[in-house]
Design a protein around this ligand. Structure first.
Ligand SMILES: Nc1ncnc2c1ncn2[C@@H]1O[C@H](COP(=O)(O)OP(=O)(O)O)[C@@H](O)[C@H]1O
Ligand SMILES: C=C(OP(=O)(O)O)C(=O)O
Ligand SMILES: [K+]
Ligand SMILES: [Mg+2]
Length: 524
């Protein structure tokens, strides 16, 4: 009987689970995005994260100044040079995020059953009696029985650093609430999340626009992580803004789905966005716990079908202060891989956690094991069946390349690409071997000046499962006959990395003359 679920086709012998895993020349195909912050901003710390396998660095502008993040980014650039490992840069916006300012940084102890007022009166100081919020119209949006969360790294159920409130009544500028769990809030700024309440605020705020135009442009950001995307229009607006900013027209937009409204408009958002972040932290408090898994599975399947990267967040919260994850978390990481995730996004774990490197190493190991039992045959069949015929030529070529690579047990797939499109189409069919993406720069003009594309496209592969980019020398790009020499460089690169050995088979997808071809070669 052939299994139809995404586990190994043949039954797995239980005893084999205890045998040491067969080594692979690469650690995992799944990508890791790490948020950089206090625990991960020195050159040495970032070098460790890169060596452990982080391939995208996220800068979260919900906290920290431009200067602070600039200093971290400077260190990242140095760490990339030192380790010779590529890393993409992701700017994460603040978006319509509500917060409570605790300017005096007093410890606020809230006790279950007590009453606390959330007020729009910003002259009030935060205390255990009153919490001033930066959003005047919360009072008109909130109603009795609503749920409001306030804290640092919002409520997961097992922590005491954020609080869950229930609205009793709304009086003038005040929302009177009952505290549902005892907690101590510390720090200068707390996030406030009102469940299923529509906020009449732009998704890309004026502050966000300013940061993208200055910090974003200065640093050629590869990804914009658009917090609290609620409509396809949010993505269009952000795209419009990026398009005005010269080079940032190449920046990809990853829509962060983190509330009920984003979920409701998921299909339209997916059409507009380049990728999706399943922001389970916030979404997990907007949705009842028993529904979170279903959103994950359905949304991931939709992303896979569209061939767009899906990133999941909040997988190992407990590793913020523990060197090992809980069993549930370890299983959750593996399930995300089996569900089809491209990458895992780490927040507090790398930002302020005590074990950032251990977190990445642990996740990588789990991802690697899950990838080994991922039922690629079933996945591939489904993916092919999903595409209406006649299939686009390029997609047909890309899927054929994956099929050939599987059938001849190729150790590596090599794809030539300029826009990254062919590489993503190959990744869509989830090959089980690494895909070496040879990104060949293209000369373009924006009417003001000529420049080469390629750097963005290469780094953007770093968020897609299975893709390992390398940027070809632009001097080769205009001369088709030198493709052989670029291929040689790529194969040498694969050999040096240990993923290609003698007598291995390699499948290559490239253009020869006007036609796309799939070649199979055997190494000497
Ligand atoms: N510089 C290149 N040299 C050879 N083949 C290439 C190059 N760039 C793309 N290809 C191949 O051309 C085909 C599709 O072309 P195109 O649509 O331009 O790809 P992409 O959008 O990935 O750059 C694919 O087979 C791809 O592998
Ligand atoms: C990653 C998340 O969002 P934030 O930007 O609030 O960390 C999340 O909600 O899971
Ligand atoms: K954010
Ligand atoms: Mg969030």
């Amino acid at each position: 009987m052939q299994a139809s679920h995404l586990l190994l086709e043949e039954p797995i012998r239980l005893a084999s689970i205890l045998e040491p895993s067969s080594p692979r020349a690469f650690s995992a195909l799944t990508k890791i995005i790490g948020t950089l912050g206090p625990q991960s901003r020195s050159v040495e710390a970032i070098e460790d994260l890169l060596r452990a396998g982080m391939s995208v660095a996220r800068f979260d502008f919900s906290w920290g100044s431009e200067d602070y993040h600039q200093e971290t980014l400077g260190n990242l650039i140095q760490a990339v040079k030192n380790t010779r490992r590529l890393c993409a840069v992701m700017l994460d916006t603040v978006g319509p995020e509500l917060c409570v300012v605790n300017a005096d940084e007093v410890e606020i102890e809230l006790v279950e059953g007590a009453s606390v007022i959330i007020t729009a009166d910003k002259t009030k100081k935060a205390s255990d009696k009153v919490l001033p919020v930066n959003y005047d119209t919360l009072v008109s949006a909130a109603k009795p029985k609503d749920t409001i969360f306030v804290g640092h790294y919002l409520f997961t159920g097992s922590e005491t650093t954020s609080v869950w409130l229930e609205v009793n009544e709304v009086k003038g500028q005040d929302v009177v609430c009952t505290v549902k769990n005892t907690a101590t809030l510390t720090g200068s700024l707390f996030t406030l999340h009102a469940s299923q309440v529509h906020l009449d605020l732009p998704t890309l705020s004026e502050d966000d626009k300013r940061v993208v135009s200055s910090w974003g442009v200065r640093n050629h950001i590869d990804f914009l992580s658009l917090s609290f995307t609620r409509h396809a229009d949010d993505v269009r607006e952000a795209r419009k803004h990026l398009n005005q900013l010269g080079e940032l027209s190449q920046t990809q937009i990853f829509a962060k789905i983190e509330n009920y409204e984003g979920l409701q408009h998921f299909d339209e958002i997916l059409k507009e966005a380049d990728g999706i972040i399943l922001s389970r932290g916030n979404l997990g408090i907007d949705l009842p716990p028993e529904k979170v898994f279903l959103f994950q599975k359905v949304a991931m399947q939709k992303c896979n079908r569209a061939g767009k990267p899906a990133i999941v967040t909040r997988v190992v919260d407990s590793m913020v202060d523990n060197p090992r994850p809980t069993r549930a978390e370890a299983t959750d990481v593996a399930n995300a891989v089996l569900d089809g995730a491209d990458g895992i996004l780490l927040g507090a774990e790398t930002l302020r956690g005590l074990y950032p490197v251990e977190t990445i190493t642990t996740i990588y190991k789990i991802c690697g094991e899950a990838e080994k039992v991922f039922n690629q045959a079933v996945y591939f069949k489904r993916a092919i069946k999903d595409v209406p015929e006649p299939m686009q030529h390029l997609e047909s070529i890309a899927s054929s390349a994956v099929r050939a690579a599987t059938k001849v047990r190729a150790s590596v797939l090599v794809v030539f690409t300029s826009s990254g499109r062919t590489a993503r189409l190959i990744a869509k069919y989830r090959p089980t071997m690494p895909v070496l993406c040879v990104v060949v720069p293209r000369l373009t003009t924006n009417r003001l000046r000529w420049s080469f594309t390629g750097a963005f496209q290469a780094r953007q592969c770093l968020a897609v499962r299975g893709l390992f980019p390398m940027l070809a020398d632009p001097r080769h790009s205009t001369d088709n006959t030198t493709n052989e020499s670029i291929l040689k460089v790529a194969l040498d690169h694969g050999k040096a990395a240990g993923i290609i050995k003698s007598h291995d088979r390699v499948v290559i997808c490239q253009k020869v003359g006007d036609s796309s071809v799939v070649k199979i070669i055997e190494m000497e």
